[in-house]
Ligand binder design. Structure first.
Ligand SMILES: [Zn+2]
Ligand SMILES: [Zn+2]
Ligand SMILES: [Zn+2]
Length: 260
């Protein structure tokens, strides 16, 4: 199973419009430091799912039939705005698995075009291609689901944005599940009095709670990037994800986890 971070930015991205902090200046100079809307592609030999649809060029990145499903964490614009354009395309309908949110975003429900919205039930697993996904409730300002994703060969990857901490049921599921990899919302530096998103301290607390083999922080704001410029020590097993970064999970990692 391969995971590609297509975007790792908080709403507004990096660089942030009008900001001249060091992180934003750096991102204007170095394309590799740009953070697009938070999203990821999960692939196996037979399947391909897109986690969140905030990238505004989805219609150019993917061709009809490329995706088994689009899986949404929630209906905030930075996670769905790419659908506003994609829906007017031509071809087979695309399953869009999402939390049950009566509001949705803008007029997506009223004019779905080729999008086939399917509301999920928390903690009830479903298949997308040959991937098994379990929706996990998160703590955010809209109905939001994270996903525990397992490949047919047993690799386990969890994707948790947007959230501040975890509801007890999701924390328990993940602690039992033992992820090989975890992508986690860490929007702000420490002491940010976080609302709806983890800051550095809250994100570390989630890691301590669910104990994944490795963690990647994502949904990163320019403030966290600026703070990281002066931060030398990143805990072992933790990576600050960047746009385009790929993770390869192998069945061997899965066997290793269970022989421990
Ligand atoms: Zn967001
Ligand atoms: Zn900035
Ligand atoms: Zn959000």
């Amino acid at each position: 199973m391969r995971v590609t971070f297509l975007g790792t930015g908080a709403a507004g991205g990096v660089p942030l419009f009008g900001c001249s902090c060091r992180a934003c200046v750096r991102a204007r100079l170095h394309k590799a430091r740009v953070r697009l809307p938070c999203s990821a592609l999960v692939e196996t030999a037979d399947s391909r799912i897109l986690l969140d649809a905030g990238l505004t060029d989805l219609h150019e990145r993917f061709a009809p039939g490329d995706l088994d499903a689009i899986v949404l964490t929630h209906f905030h614009p930075d996670h769905v705005q790419g659908l506003l354009h994609l829906r007017w395309g031509i071809g087979d309908r695309i399953p869009v698995c999402c939390p049950a949110d009566p509001e949705g975003c803008a007029d997506l429900y009223k004019h779905p075009g080729l999008l086939d919205f399917r509301a999920l039930t928390a903690l009830v697993p479903f298949m997308a291609g040959d991937l098994k996904l379990t929706p996990l409730p998160l703590n955010h300002s809209k109905p939001t689901l994270g996903y525990a994703i397992e490949s047919a060969d047993g690799c386990r990857f969890a994707y948790l944005t947007d959230t501040l901490g975890l509801p007890a049921a999701s924390a328990k599921f993940l602690a039992d599940w033992q992820a090989d990899g975890l992508a986690l919302d860490c929007s702000y530096p420490p002491h940010a009095e976080p609302k709806g998103h983890n800051d550095w301290s809250a994100a570390l607390a989630v890691i301590a709670q669910v104990k994944p083999a490795r963690t990647w922080f994502t949904h990163i704001s320019h403030k966290l990037d600026a703070w990281l410029l002066d931060t030398q020590t990143i805990p072992a097993g933790l990576t600050i994800a960047g746009d385009g970064e790929q993770i390869e999970f192998t069945a061997r990692a899965y066997q290793g986890r269970h022989s421990e």
